[in-house]
Write a protein that binds this ligand. Sequence first.
Ligand code: NAD
Ligand SMILES: O=C(O)C(=O)C[C@@H](O)[C@H](O)[C@H](O)COP(=O)(O)O
Ligand code: ZN
Length: 354
Amino acid sequence: MVTRIPVTGDRPYDVVVGRGLAGELPSMIEGAARVAVLHPPALRARAEAVAAAAGAATVVPIEVPDAERGKSIEVAARCWDTLGEAGFTRTDVVVGVGGGATTDLAGYVAAAWLRGVRWVPVATSVAGMVDAAVGGKTAVNIAAGKNLVGAFHPPAGVICDLDALDTLPAADIAAGLAEVVKGGFIADPRILELIEADPAAALDPRGDVLRELVERKIRVKADVVGVDLLESGLREILNYGHTLGHAIERHEKYTWRHGDAIAVGLIFAAELGRLTGRLDEATAARHRTVLESLGLPTAYRADAFDDLLPAMRVDKKARAATLRFVVLDGLAKPGILAGPDEDVLRAAYAAVAR
Ligand SMILES: NC(=O)c1ccc[n+]([C@@H]2O[C@H](COP(=O)([O-])OP(=O)(O)OC[C@H]3O[C@@H](n4cnc5c(N)ncnc54)[C@H](O)[C@@H]3O)[C@@H](O)[C@H]2O)c1
Ligand SMILES: O=C(O)C(=O)C[C@@H](O)[C@H](O)[C@H](O)COP(=O)(O)O
Ligand SMILES: [Zn+2]
């Protein structure tokens, strides 16, 4: 069974979810004479299988460093050199095969090449399928912070072949589910009920529960980015848990999984909502129990707050000196908390300090 989730907007496309989806690529790369296939070393075989579906197009394989090590301007520049050598034109297509880090890089390579060529993320991780590959947010990291250089560049289509999850380490499945939990709290509480009913089933890559969770979270994201691609307002809700989460990732020099850092960030954000009188105690506490049930981290170093605060200031939601956080005014009622006192931030941090 193949599920097609439409993403609306000026450049609409489908997110295709299913198994054995090689046949989906040709329509997304139609008219391309060249297809560059970016992938990390561990996914070479999968990338070759994807490339085999490119038909008559010339395939330009580009192996990139794994995970966040690939999300750099230097790696992007190497990719652009390769596209130049291959004579890549505006009708050619960049395909990213991998987790969210690889598809963020591939999308940015495509967004900047000739000021924008088509691209297709073939997501191979849970985080990639439910979040990174959908919505056209592409980026690399720089010394100043996470995802600070990038572009909004919607893909031509998104392929989420659930068969890929068979080889994804269990810890990466759990980390990807942090983004699914985020979707549950900001928009679709059924997600939370499904996880609470059977966390082990949620983590099983062959099971129907994970598939339903993946599809539900994609729909949450599609509904948001379809009306606010450029993050002019509504899209900010997708950043729930990310202000502290990104600061932790940077503090750990990107050795933590994104989803692990977001799990801690979600608990912090829930506590911010509770302390400012916007979120009820039970819903705040539910963040911890759901994330714990998936084995995700819920705490970070108590001594790190003074380093994390300046890192949070480079968050893209900040406006001048004003830090802005996504918080909840209730289940599935996201809002913005602007300029909380540092005392409140410290008090919320106490909820995750170890
Ligand atoms: N653009 C967006 O809207 C958006 C949304 C969410 C996350 N992200 C970004 O995505 C990244 C997190 O995504 P991620 O968790 O997929 O990270 P990742 O790409 O680093 O993948 C995690 C690890 O899993 C491996 N892997 C991926 N698929 C595999 C498979 N099928 N089998 C075996 N190993 C596999 C990768 O090689 C890597 O080692 C972060 O950089 C985050 O900032 C972006
Ligand atoms: O798509 C979005 O918008 C998101 O915020 C989704 C996040 O899960 C994702 O990690 C995104 O890359 C964060 O964006 P950033 O603008 O804070 O870098
Ligand atoms: Zn994220």
